[in-house]
Design a protein. Structure first.
Length: 139
């Protein structure tokens, strides 16, 4: 709400907002109820805000990354390894089994896509949820 006056300031050009959610917005995962619920809420927020502000040329979209090679992901793999008493490499392989491409995304891949969504070339996407997850979820 605090940003809206700035976004509405220039009616001649499109303004963009990208909301970062997670693949867990679309999945139920034991032990992650609050996280999953909060990320799912962001998807509803994205659609509602996009509908409310499309007349002001404000394009609002959400990204739902799957595994991304970050500190949070590495800590998750380490916790998985400890819980199962296996090596980190074994835990990584187990975590990647349901991922068709068998890998995590790099943060730069996500950043490049965000860059496109925020670019002047992008004038047609709004209210969308875009999954970047190496095929782990294909709705």
């Amino acid at each position: 709400q605090e940003c809206l006056p700035y976004l509405k300031n220039d009616a001649a050009s499109y303004k963009k907002v990208v909301i970062l959610s997670s693949i867990l917005a679309r999945l139920g995962v034991p032990g992650y109820s609050a996280y999953c619920a909060s990320k799912a809420g962001l998807l509803g927020l994205t659609r509602s805000l996009a509908a409310e502000h499309s007349g002001d040329k404000i394009l609002i979209n959400a990204l739902c990354p799957g595994w991304v090679d970050t500190k949070m992901a590495r800590e998750g793999i380490e916790g998985f390894a400890e819980a199962l008493n296996i090596t980190k490499e074994q835990a990584y392989q187990e975590a990647m089994k349901p991922v068709p491409l068998g890998k995590m995304s790099e943060p730069e891949e996500i950043a490049q896509f965000v860059g496109y969504l925020l670019s002047e070339k992008q004038t047609s996407l709004t209210g969308q949820t875009i999954d970047i997850n190496n095929g782990a979820l294909m709705p």
